[in-house]
Design a binder for this molecule. Sequence first.
Ligand SMILES: NC(=O)C1=CN([C@@H]2O[C@H](COP(=O)(O)OP(=O)(O)OC[C@H]3O[C@@H](n4cnc5c(N)ncnc54)[C@H](O)[C@@H]3O)[C@@H](O)[C@H]2O)C=CC1
Ligand SMILES: O=C(O)[C@@H]1CCC=N1
Length: 277
Amino acid sequence: MTSKLLKIGFIGGGKMAQAMAKGFISAGLSKGEAMIASCHPSDLMSHKAFKDIGAESVFENVPVVEKSEVVIISTKPSVVPIALGDIKKAGISADKLFLSIAMGVTIKQLEEFLPRQSRVIRVMPNLPALIRSGASVYVCGNKTTENDSNITKKLLESIGTCDQVTESMLDAITALSGSGPAYIYILIEALADGGVKMGLPRDLAYRLASQTVLGASKMVKETNTHPAVLKDDVTSPAGSTAAGLHFLEQQGFRAAVIGAIEVATQRCRQISQGGIN
Ligand SMILES: NC(=O)C1=CN([C@@H]2O[C@H](COP(=O)(O)OP(=O)(O)OC[C@H]3O[C@@H](n4cnc5c(N)ncnc54)[C@H](O)[C@@H]3O)[C@@H](O)[C@H]2O)C=CC1
Ligand SMILES: O=C(O)[C@@H]1CCC=N1
């Protein structure tokens, strides 16, 4: 990548597009003025969000492709064929790098929706990209170059971790790290609700719950110790943690989390295999 600002376009300027755009800006990799996003005309919130960061915000998809070097496809899966249909119909030069973050939409499907010369990479980011703490993966399509892969890696590494994977892993990854923040937000909410039930003030309960998740997560990453060993370190003989863990096991906590990943993966597969709706 050259030192000049990369022109980044977003087809679909919703929650995840905004998180990535703000992450790229805070990483110093781009600026609002080098970005353009399209939204549905009814989506004035997203329209305003891109304007607020100094980007161009439009209600058509063709200018996004025309004005960008890298185009991020960030609509709902069911909207992808419609939005990319706009580009194909316009007959414009789409000799660009397209990064699709759409859940379940395969490289083969994307290549069919786009003009023939387009190069496609599938990416699965997650929402903490906003604060450059995301977990992203990417899969290169057949038409992409080494430079395309390098640009993608540089973009994704600027907003968190980045791994290159195979497309067969993407549905499970979407279920784990793509959706994962939502499960953790529920966990934080539930931890805090438990604290409040036992008499803690709400703000303290949220502060303790979120810091506990952050600290526990950092220990797994930074000590390189198996989570089961760390769990044992917390669990004193005849103590409170053992009592809490027993209750969680009785309620099927692990099974519920494992099952969530399984059904979320299946939902992605419905999109990949059974058509997009
Ligand atoms: N929200 C998340 O944490 C993550 C989302 N994703 C993927 O990102 C994509 C978008 O998800 P969200 O941002 O959550 O949804 P969202 O609903 O916030 O954003 C969708 C955007 O598409 C726009 N849109 C609708 N019709 C359009 C059209 N015809 N042309 C152009 N834009 C159009 C809407 O105005 C909206 O800005 C999905 O495919 C999802 O699978 C991937 C990883 C994480
Ligand atoms: O819920 C969804 O469909 C998207 C994919 C991963 C996170 N959000």
